[in-house]
Design a protein around this ligand. Structure first.
Ligand code: C5P
Length: 425
């Protein structure tokens, strides 16, 4: 099949691959567009898929071409778009067979209400539906990103079609909620390109944690001195959020208890925001019985002011500084790890240690002190706020280094390590 753009087209937008994370490297995605205003988001989605290393072949219906031009989609993917089953470019005249055999997945985004009804009935009167029907059902998954008005989405016919399409093996990626192009507000918007990208990446991830419920703490805690001041720790929360995302990608149910951070919640993760160590302790205590894995990445403040002032402590010009007394915060990890479920192996606990030196010795000592089967050490000053890190895993057998990489890559490796330990008990 030809992958060259016709020479009369100037491709100003060159698909980027150099700075991508490459999460979809080697994957070939057939991106189908049916008719709907959400086609404008498909352009950004195509670009995002390409950036992650996928090759993207666009197939559009006639209706889709009313909303966005094939030229745009070709420019973004670097491949001529297919719109007709009568396309003469395929030597055997069988675009529907050729396109579907090459795909690692077919993603229809947007998938209109009408198009879902069509797929449901196995109709095949345009190239996209013909290709979906002709796809080898066991090896080429079909992912659908519905997009429609809220009344159309809520209609029993649409809901029935969605359920039946899922029963027939399609993966429905859900819808967003909010302001719609028609002026109404409700469910049915197509997910944003970034959300769809995360779902596609997660779809391909090895499902090593299915059936597990992973509870993660992340970020710093903030301990108030008065209404405008407090003490906290250096922590961006990035490692913990990456772990929550990786655990979700691996198929776990994930709850993330987050201190004050400026990070968006990973797709499919339930998030509970807290401020202080005691709030974090309470949030964890209320949820840990449902968990099978507890991963404590939070940089919890060791102490808090013994009493937070109700009003701002004023500087009175005398040169006298306030005398602050501190009390120790509960150790969340040590408390959870000492529980009966953790000690019996029903709850697998993972601790983190951020050190400045002698990582191995400190991390080994911390593993024993906290009574956890697995402790992950890192050099704090080398990773605070960064997108990458290097880890040292300590368990009863010894230690294992994980080379410097992005926090997401390390989180995925760590989840594979956790999964291996869960399956060996
Ligand atoms: O004792 P230290 O703070 O170095 O221990 C770090 C590990 O313990 C991390 O996993 C951290 O999330 C956890 N921790 C906790 N509650 C505390 C202090 C630390 O869960 N109060």
């Amino acid at each position: 099949m030809s992958t060259q753009a016709p020479s009369n087209l100037s491709l100003d937008v060159v698909p980027e691959t150099l700075d991508s994370a490459g999460d979809l490297a080697g994957k070939h995605i057939v991106l189908g567009l049916s008719g709907g205003i959400a086609c404008y988001k498909a352009a950004e989605l195509a670009r995002a898929l390409v950036k992650e290393g996928a090759t993207v072949q666009v197939v559009m219906t006639e209706a889709a071409a009313q909303f966005i031009t094939p030229v745009t989609m070709q420019a973004l993917t670097g491949r001529p778009v297919f719109t007709s089953q009568w396309d003469a470019r395929e030597p055997n005249s069988m675009a529907h067979i050729n396109l579907s055999r090459e795909a690692d997945a077919i993603l229809i985004a947007p998938c209109s209400a009408d198009y879902m009804a069509k797929l449901l009935h196995g109709r095949a009167d345009d190239l996209l539906s013909l290709m979906c029907l002709a796809r080898p059902i066991q090896s080429v998954p079909l992912l659908l990103a519905p997009a429609m008005n809220r009344e159309m989405y809520a209609h029993p016919a649409t809901q029935r079609n969605l359920a039946q399409l899922q029963a027939d093996g399609a993966v429905v990626l859900g819808v967003g909620s909010g302001f719609q192009a028609c002026g109404e507000t409700g469910d049915g918007r197509m997910l944003e390109p970034g959300e769809l990208l995360a779902d596609v990446i997660a779809f391909f991830a090895p499902k090593s944690l299915v059936g597990q419920h992973v509870l993660v703490t992340a970020g710093p805690t903030y301990e108030a001195i008065d209404p405008v001041r407090g003490i906290t720790n250096l922590s961006s929360g990035k490692m913990g959020f990456a772990i929550a995302r990786a655990a979700r990608e691996a198929g776990a149910e994930v709850t993330l208890v987050a201190g004050p951070v400026h990070l968006s919640t990973p797709r499919g993760v339930a998030r509970v925001d807290v401020k202080s160590a005691r709030q974090m302790f309470d949030a964890v205590s209320a949820r840990v019985d449902a968990a099978t894995v507890f991963i404590a990445t939070a940089a919890v403040a060791d102490w808090r002011p013994a009493a937070a002032a109700e009003q701002k402590i004023k500087k009175d010009g005398s040169g006298q500084v306030p005398q602050l007394a501190f009390v120790e915060n509960p150790d969340i990890l040590a408390t959870v790890a000492a529980s009966g479920r953790a000690q019996s192996g029903a709850l697998f606990c993972v601790g983190f240690a951020a050190e400045s030196h002698d990582l191995l010795a400190h991390a080994q000592a911390k593993r024993l002190k906290k009574r956890v089967p697995l402790l992950v050490g890192n050099i704090g000053p080398a990773t605070f706020g960064q997108d990458d890190n290097a880890l040292l895993l300590i368990d009863a057998q010894g230690s294992q280094a994980m080379e410097r990489a992005s926090k997401l890559q390390l989180a995925r490796q760590l989840m594979a390590q956790v999964a291996a330990r869960l399956s060996s008990v």
